[in-house]
Design a protein around this ligand. Structure first.
Ligand SMILES: Nc1ncnc2c1ncn2[C@@H]1O[C@H](COP(=O)(O)OP(=O)(O)OP(=O)(O)O)[C@@H](O)[C@H]1O
Ligand SMILES: [Mg+2]
Length: 494
């Protein structure tokens, strides 16, 4: 369908841009094409301006005002709309090249062909169906390998649709066929938003939800190094004592008392060394995830291709406990993957700024080092990470810079915007300007996953959403109603 006609203006058409008079509705950001000697010229509408020669001259405006209401004044017919197009390339038999000559004025401009769009952006038929390309009815099917292999981050302010988009990506991963390659997915679910998958008729059988309080691990499976990571400020003698005690016990299952006894035995050198060490271990014990034999989740059997494992942390209050559990799970996942004992996986971490914090004291940084390690080395082993965060400023720059694709939804905080611009390669000023204007559910994909930054309207969820946090007035009404009901019940009883 024709959208307009290329016009000659000062300096355009050139090999990088052209203007066209619009015959029909065109949106800023829409992709367009025009015939060209080399093939099909392809670009996007970077701006739309209105012009009316009649109102350019002071005397004609004054005349118009004087005779306001003049019925036969033809000012309307002088108004026209001009679209400015940035040329992105020329498409010729499946390939893109640079335009070596400008298009001719007078040529017709049309809406971009969906095949050209897909090739240009790098979408694949077996890709993840995230939604549609903004202003086009073309599915945005992002290659799974390109998105996951070099990790990705979903960044946006609160309420912009990060968890919704994560849910959409999970659905797509669970929907994949065996022959297309399926990964296992593990989600660190901070607000209990992903348990809906377990109640869904389609995804339920593929989903296992484990409450954070149920997570436990036999002491035998914890290496002395991991203990040292959890208790970072141990002195060299304390580390020695701990290593000695744990190594001696690890041949068999052992419980906490046996660990303390072994430390007493190993730590003859000085009383204060062992006492402080035991105190730190007691703190770990209070988090109630260390056991003699119980193990949950059993990663070897719970991490399966095309399946989802949700670790629901919504009932854990202590941030430190959450960090310790993330470090435990991430470390074990990565080790098992390196040994090829579990399939390639995606580990999606909500509120990632709490687990890979840029400026953290050592004690607060327990989970950061393993997240950074997977971000750096995971690619070779099929271990992918997705960091979801509303505070990108607080996210480890090492981890964030290893996320080769960034998905950005609405952000308005200037600090966050600056940080995103600095850490996302391929974001130009056009994209940055658009971020604050995004609506809920609109996302920009940049980086490895796509050939060119693209605006995507994220599709609806197929599975049931479990949202936490009803509107405030609803919560207030519910509270009072529940209270009244209780009081009435008590009166009736009396
Ligand atoms: N593409 C979309 N289509 C329809 N509704 C959406 C879409 N994206 C988000 N929403 C709705 O917007 C609301 C906020 O979305 P969501 O919970 O995903 O935000 P969030 O960025 O994860 O917020 P928070 O930082 O608080 O976790 C939800 O009610 C969600 O259902
Ligand atoms: Mg969320």
């Amino acid at each position: 369908m024709g959208l307009g006609t290329i016009i000659a203006t000062e300096g355009s058409p050139s090999t990088s841009e052209f203007s066209f008079v619009l015959h029909s509705d065109v949106k800023k950001g829409q992709y367009v094409q025009a015939e060209h000697r080399q093939g099909m010229l392809f670009g996007y509408v970077s701006e739309i301006c209105k012009s009316n020669r009649y109102f350019e001259r002071a005397e004609s405006v004054a005349e118009f005002e004087k005779n306001s209401g003049m019925k036969n004044f033809p000012s309307d017919s002088w108004e026209y709309v001009v679209g400015l197009v940035k040329i992105l390339g020329v498409y010729n038999s499946g390939r893109f090249e640079r335009a070596f000559s400008p298009p001719s004025p007078g040529l017709k401009v049309a809406n971009a062909d969906s095949e050209i769009l897909r090739t240009f952006l790098g979408f694949t038929d077996d890709g993840l169906d995230i939604g549609t390309i903004e202003h086009h009815d073309v599915p945005a099917k992002i290659s799974m390998t390109r998105l996951l292999q070099k990790h990705f981050a979903i960044l946006a302010m609160s309420g912009a649709g990060k968890s919704h988009l994560s849910g959409v990506i999970l659905e797509e991963l669970l929907d994949r066929k065996k022959e297309d390659g399926r990964v296992a997915v593990v989600v660190i679910d901070i607000h209990g938003e992903y348990s809906g998958f377990a109640h869904d008729p389609k995804y339920g059988p593929l989903t296992k939800v484990i409450a954070g309080k149920e997570i436990c691990i036999p002491l035998k499976k914890i290496s002395p190094e991991l203990f040292c990571e959890w208790i970072p400020n141990l002195s060299v003698p304390q580390r020695d004592v701990l290593r000695h005690a744990v190594s001696a016990l690890r041949k068999d299952n052992f419980n906490f008392h046996q660990l303390l006894a072994a430390i007493d035995e190993a730590g003859v050198s000085s009383d204060s060394v062992t006492r402080a060490l035991k105190r730190s271990l007691m703190e770990l014990r209070r988090y109630r995830f260390l056991s003699k034999t119980r193990e949950n989740p059993r990663l070897l059997s719970d991490v399966k291709p095309g399946n989802l494992l949700v670790l629901d942390f919504s009932e854990i209050d202590s941030l430190r406990k959450k960090q310790i559990l993330v470090s435990l799970v991430a470390r074990r996942l990565f080790r098992l993957r390196k040994q090829s004992k579990i399939p390639p996986f995606l580990l999606l971490i909500e509120e990632a700024h709490n687990f890979a914090r840029e400026k953290a004291e050592e004690r607060e940084a327990v989970s950061r080092s393993i997240i950074e390690t997977i971000a750096r080395e995971g690619r070779k082993f099929g271990a992918s990470i997705c960091l979801v965060s509303q505070r990108p400023v607080n996210l480890s720059t090492t981890a964030l810079s290893q996320c080769n694709s960034h998905v950005i939804l609405r952000v308005t905080n200037p600090n966050d915007l600056d940080h995103i611009q600095m850490s996302s390669e391929g974001i130009d000023s056009r994209v940055v300007k658009s971020i604050t204007g995004l609506k809920v559910g609109e996302a920009i994909f940049v980086g490895e996953a796509v050939n060119y930054p693209v605006f995507i309207s994220v599709r609806d969820r197929k599975s049931e959403k479990r949202e936490k946090g009803a509107p405030l007035h609803r919560q207030a009404i519910d509270f009072e109603q529940a209270k009244e009901k209780k009081e009435k019940g008590a009166e009736a009883f009396l």
